[in-house]
Write a protein that binds this ligand. Structure first.
Ligand code: ZN
Length: 115
């Protein structure tokens, strides 16, 4: 088993996070545009409340549905779908993927908890 580094994994993981945040922005603009009234008496139109409901639905859906890179990793060499090594199979918190077909242990330099 030889170890190789997959530098794209960290990039994909970061991109996922950016997509989620980017998807939130239109909701904020919409809700802000639907509020009226003074500082002490803020009111929201019905559309604004629908916007908030849609935003909550989006956030829940995104958390459930976003395909996390570690959950659907494919071997960069042969394209086989491989699972991340479990905690007790690796020495640290780094995401590592072992392709049996290629005999390669893919290291990512991405550590759990990095976001
Ligand atoms: Zn492979």
């Amino acid at each position: 088993m030889m170890g190789r580094k997959d530098s794209e994994f960290g990039y994909k993981k970061m991109l996922n996070g950016l997509l989620f945040v980017g998807g939130c922005i239109p909701f904020f603009f919409w809700i802000a545009s639907q509020s009226h009234g003074g500082e002490t008496d803020k009111k929201l139109t019905t559309s604004g409340w629908i916007g908030i409901a849609a935003f909550v639905a989006y956030a829940i859906g995104a958390i459930v549905l976003i395909r996390r890179p570690e959950g659907h990793y494919c071997c960069p060499e042969c394209g086989a779908h491989i699972k991340a090594l479990r905690h007790n199979e690796r020495s640290n918190q780094e995401y590592q993927f072992q392709c049996a077909a290629c005999g390669i242990l893919w290291k990512t330099d991405v550590f759990e908890g990095d976001g």
